[in-house]
Design a protein around this ligand. Structure first.
Ligand code: FES
Length: 119
């Protein structure tokens, strides 16, 4: 079985005696992002690889959810801290809501530690 290209390149770089920049190594090792529901104090471990809702559910946190695709707005929340990204260009939020830090946890992926409350 062939190795992924990134692995081959990484192996070649290490054979030449170079080391990865600390910032790159840190990014790769920091898979976990912390999350907190402000009004209950519940904390969870999140990941940029999955939605906030999935991370909260994995931690046993109950959060209102329905469509899970960013259209019904059942999961609407407001971010008090942190930032999220979406895989779709314009989820079911108005420009004003986005500017006011509202988010849809069913499809929002965190890119920093987050603190949120239900809207
Ligand atoms: S559950 Fe429908 S928008 Fe999040």
């Amino acid at each position: 079985m062939r190795k992924p290209v990134a692995t081959v390149v990484s192996d070649q770089i290490q054979k030449l005696g170079y080391r990865m920049r600390p910032s790159i190594a840190l990014q790769e090792s920091r898979a976990a992002i912390s999350g907190r529901v402000a009004d209950t104090g519940e904390c969870f471990e999140a990941s940029a690889e999955q939605s906030l809702f999935r991370s909260m559910a994995a931690a046993g946190i109950e959060w209102p959810v329905s469509c899970r695709n960013g259209t019904c707005r059942t999961c609407l929340a407001r971010l008090l801290e942190g930032a999220v990204v979406y895989d779709i260009p314009w989820p079911g939020l108005s420009a004003e809501e986005k500017a006011a830090n509202y988010c849809l946890p069913c499809i929002a992926r965190p890119v920093a530690d987050v603190v949120l409350v239900p809207a």
